[in-house]
Write a protein that binds this ligand. Structure first.
Ligand code: SF4
Length: 367
């Protein structure tokens, strides 16, 4: 896997030999886009922050915590040097005063690995300042303005955008925020070892071989399933909790575009395989409970709407829904998607909407 290549200081040395503008050009040419789900071009993001004058900051989001997603934890465990070296290149390129790595406090072993790597790099490059920030375990802190609030010492609640962090981020200064997998690609780019087609996938659910795999975008879904060895006949896949539920189609190509046509988001590529023995409505109950637990409470659609959805899901499991309740479930799901303040709420009903459309029989209704 390309993610296992050890950087051995080669990436940072190559970056220090050329101008920051040349580093940005190289990243733009590489076509690297954000690996946390948003897919924003990384070179462009660095260029925006770079164009701003004065004090700047760099943040790595290593706070992976969505059900079915564990690929960042794989990098943190097996090759943290790629992340640290990428962060130093980032700080050098945008002229950031300090770099932060935001990670969940529960990941004790990974934090130790990361700190060892930070110490090794700071010993060699004392001009950089890197700090590991321990998050209290809130999924919403994956949202870039919530992560900034948390690092500033406030509750992790998203801010209004614009202004975007590239213009006004940590302490009101321009700030670049990159996902852990994205920043790990930077040393590979500087060493001309980067393959832009490859992506990490987390595979779990009804499979004999769960784990982290690397596949090229455009691979057929059945080829991914062959590697993971499904248990039983596959009914559907969930893309984590937020990406939606796709009716299993062995021939579909795994690309953003092909999945978007089915109203499913590839996101950060956490595939949960569901076989025909599993109930999708019970999976939905679990997902809705997750979003209720993780909602920061700032806006009504997400805070109240998902609680009402859970009541309807429980009623469907226990007794069945009336026609009017079924309609309300659909209306609520659309309302939460359209009217929530941040991506957490907007994506919380994607799977429900997919199931209402593609698996009508899973939602029990009264005659
Ligand atoms: S959608 Fe609203 S309540 Fe939900 S996490 Fe975002 S800001 Fe908070």
């Amino acid at each position: 896997m390309q993610i296992e290549k050890k950087p051995n200081f080669k990436g940072i040395e190559n970056a220090l030999k050329i101008s920051p503008e040349a580093v940005i050009d190289k990243i733009k040419l590489s076509k690297l886009t954000g690996r946390g789900g948003a897919c924003f071009p990384t070179g462009k993001k660095w260029e925006i922050a770079s164009a701003n004058q004065g004090e700047k900051f760099f943040i790595i989001n290593a706070d992976e915590s969505e059900p079915g997603n564990f690929k960042d934890q794989y990098i943190l465990k097996n090759n943290p040097d790629l992340i640290i070296e990428g962060l130093l290149i980032g700080c050098h390129t945008v002229n950031a005063k300090k770099g932060f790595i935001y990670i969940r406090d529960e990941y004790k072993d990974l934090i130790k690995n990361l700190q060892d790597s930070v110490n090794k790099y700071i010993k060699k490059y004392p001009q950089f300042d890197i700090e590991i920030i321990l998050g209290a375990g809130a999924y919403v802190c994956g949202e870039e303005t919530a992560i900034i609030e948390s690092i500033e010492g406030f509750p992790g609640i998203p801010r209004m955008k614009p202004p975007y962090p590239g213009e006004k981020g940590f302490q009101g200064k321009p700030t670049v925020i990159n996902n852990a997998e994205t920043i790990a690609m930077i040393p590979l780019i500087m060493n001309n070892e980067f393959n832009p087609e490859l992506r990490l996938f987390s595979l779990s659910g009804n499979v004999k071989k769960p784990g982290v795999y690397e596949f090229p975008l455009g691979i057929k879904l059945k080829e991914i399933m062959e590697k993971a060895e499904p248990e039983g006949k596959i009914k559907s896949i969930f893309m984590g909790a937020s990406g939606g539920c796709l009716k299993y189609d062995p021939e579909i190509k795994v690309t953003q575009e092909a999945f978007r046509e089915k109203n499913v988001c590839l996101g950060s590529r956490g595939i949960i395989v569901i076989n025909e023995n599993q109930s999708l409505i019970r999976m939905l109950k679990y997902i809705t409970e997750f979003f209720i637990h993780e909602s920061c409470g700032k806006c009504t659609p997400c805070r109240e709407g998902n609680a009402r959805i859970l009541e309807l899901i429980e009623k469907s499991i226990e007794k069945g829904l009336t026609k009017e309740e079924h309609e309300r479930l659909n209306d609520l799901a659309n309302y939460i998607k359209e009217c929530s303040f941040c991506g957490l709420g907007m994506s919380s009903t994607t799977a429900l909407l997919n199931i209402l459309k593609e698996f009508k029989e899973e939602i029990k209704c009264l005659k």
